[in-house]
Design a protein. Structure first.
Length: 231
C-alpha cells in the first residue's frame, strides 16, 4: 500500500478531494457516469465539504455508502443523513444518491433490496473507506459472527446484514469483493492512534482480528492510504 502523509486533516482533505474529483471526471469522460462510495463517521466530514465544492459534472455521479446503520435517514446515527448534510450540497447537490436503508423492518430483510440496488451499479470509480479503533472497516467488525462471509473473496453477495457486540444498531455493509470492485480504493485515516492500529493489523496479519488487514492481503484492487496525524 502507498501511504500519502499530510501534516493535518485539512491539507489531506483538500488533496484527497482533488484526487477523487479527477477520478470521477475521468470515468465520466470514458463511460458517461461515475460512482463514488463513501463511509460514515467524523473523519470524512471535512472531505465531504471539500468535495461538495468541486467543479465537476456532479449530475453524472452516483454517490452511495460502504455501509449503513439500520435507522431512519433522519436519525442522528444515519450515514445517509451525514452524506446529505455534508456532501450533497452546493455543486454536489446535483449528484444522484443510492441509499441502503429501505422500508424493510430489519437489516436482514433489507439486505435483498440493497443487493438489488447495488447490482444495478457497475464498477465503482472510487471507494473511500475509514477504519475504527478496533481495526474494522465499513461495518466489517472483528467480533461479528458474519465477518467471514463479509471477507469471503469468492462470495457473489454485494452486501450483507451484520452486527457488532460493541456497536449499536443493525447494519448493512458491502462485502469485501464488492468494495474492491473499484478503479480506486482509499483508506482515509486521521490520528496517530488509528495509524498505530493499522500497524498492529499489519503485524498481526489476521483479518479476523483486524478486518482492515484484508485490504493488505488482496490483489484485486490497489489501495492508497491517506493519513494525517492530527486534525
Amino acid at each position: 500500500m502507498e501511504v500519502n502523509r499530510f501534516c493535518n486533516a485539512r491539507s489531506l482533505d483538500s488533496e484527497l478531494a482533488i484526487m477523487i474529483g479527477n477520478a470521477l471526471s475521468k470515468d465520466i469522460s470514458r463511460f458517461g457516469e461515475a460512482i463514488l462510495v463513501v463511509s460514515g463517521g467524523r473523519t470524512p466530514i471535512g472531505l465531504f465539504n471539500e468535495l461538495a465544492c468541486l467543479k465537476i459534472d456532479w449530475g453524472s455521479v452516483t454517490v452511495t455508502l460502504a455501509d449503513e446503520r439500520w435507522v431512519e435517514a433522519s436519525h442522528m446515527d444515519s450515514n445517509e443523513r451525514l452524506v446529505r448534510d455534508n456532501l450533497l450540497l452546493d455543486r454536489a447537490k446535483a449528484a444522484k444518491f443510492l441509499p441502503f436503508k429501505n422500508n424493510e423492518k430489519t437489516a436482514s430483510l433489507g439486505q435483498v433490496v440493497c443487493a438489488e440496488r447495488l447490482d444495478r451499479l457497475g464498477k465503482f470509480s472510487v471507494v473511500v473507506l475509514g477504519m475504527g479503533d478496533d481495526g474494522h472497516t465499513a461495518s466489517l467488525f472483528p467480533n461479528s459472527h458474519r465477518l467471514g462471509l463479509g471477507l469471503d473473496m469468492t462470495s457473489t453477495l454485494p452486501c450483507i446484514a451484520i452486527d457488532s457486540v460493541d456497536a449499536p444498531h443493525e447494519r448493512i455493509t458491502m462485502t469485501l469483493p464488492r468494495l474492491l470492485h473499484s478503479q480506486k480504493v482509499v483508506l482515509h485515516i486521521v490520528g496517530e492512534g488509528k495509524f498505530k492500529t493499522l500497524e498492529s493489523a499489519r503485524t498481526a496479519a489476521d483479518a479476523f482480528q483486524y478486518p482492515v488487514y484484508a485490504l493488505f492481503q488482496q490483489q484485486t484492487s490497489p489501495v492508497e492510504i491517506f493519513y494525517a496525524p492530527q486534525v
